[in-house]
Design a protein around this ligand. Sequence first.
Ligand SMILES: Cc1ncc(COP(=O)(O)O)c(C=O)c1O
Length: 400
Amino acid sequence: MAFLADALKRVKPSATITITQKARDLKAQGKDVISLSVGEPDFDTPDNIKEAAIAAIRRGETKYPPVSGIVPLREAVAKKFKRENNLDYKPEQTIVGTGGKQILFNAFMATLNPGDEVIIPKPYWVSYPEMVAICGGTSVFADTSIDNGFKLTPAALEKAITPRTKWLVMNSPSNPSGAAYTEAELKALATVLMKHPNVWVLTDDMYEHLTYGDFVFRTIAEVEPGLYARTLTVNGVSKAYAMTGWRIGYAAGPIELIKAMDMIQGQQTSGASTIAQWAAVEALNGPQDFVARNKAIFQGRRDLVVSMLNQARGISCPSPEGAFYVYPSCAQLIGKKTPAGKVIDNDETFVSELLEAEGVAVVHGSAFGLGPNFRISYATSEDLLEAACVRIQRFTGSLS
Ligand SMILES: Cc1ncc(COP(=O)(O)O)c(C=O)c1O
């Protein structure tokens, strides 16, 4: 009898974590490595948020929380959705978990039966299909292309829907492509969804606050109120407030779904850390100037990286609307050889040869379901980004 569960056979380890670890190992061996593989802001959590956590500890907020979250945080989440997204949710329609990751996992756990399908546009955040697989569902991948900015079209959505479809996963701005949907684009997708009442929408808005230029963020339940009763809107404090280590995510949606997620969480963690929840209350209710400051910094970095990558021979890099990722194509380099004679046969070879030759760690696009591309996270200093892009230019220039 096998000791490990069969569910594990359906799951792959995270490619981003694997590459980040490989870069760490090379660094530990003394190699000069610039890692652009990790998906977290390089800023520290703002002081007012840290102070709120310290004050919570001092007040003795150290007991088990209510499973779905402390009341002040659920109220702050409801207020956030009203203030920023014009969505009306009662605190009872919200849930707080240990990161957006757990919220997503619990939503799938609470709803998927064997054979249920989840539509995931490509390229996708690596965890969606793995979560679906663990929960016994089936991922149905919908195509996008670099020519339309890696965005799902109404036609591709229509094609992916079947009677077994339970969820469409939306992620705007996207990890890994940075693509974000305009109000008109969301409306066009919503028009398709309105014809298919069996399909629910799980929208992962984790990168909401990171959009650039005059782009205006919208979320699907706001754009199409007809979808409100079958949408779970997921968000969190990790990316917007540089709080990845605090592990707080949240969602709002129909009460029956929230109750089902609460039941799972009650048997799983008993709720997220009380202290981190008090920190998140301050993040959502406190001053928001940190968010605008970060956004300006990230925009400068995006522009630098896009411009330098487009000067690298054989690389074509669209300028995405948001997040802190770019997703350039290396299609023109497939078939070329390194000076040592190694053929670049796909994007995975491209990134491993780049790491080997120039010590730049990026993630291959095929890990996100769409290649030949690679993902660069620009959540690091301009100096390092510039140095990394110079190395990428040198590497692509060395291929023949
Ligand atoms: C698209 C997307 N969703 C969700 C998450 C999870 O965020 P967290 O669990 O830190 O809230 C991430 C983190 O990388 C992400 O990129």
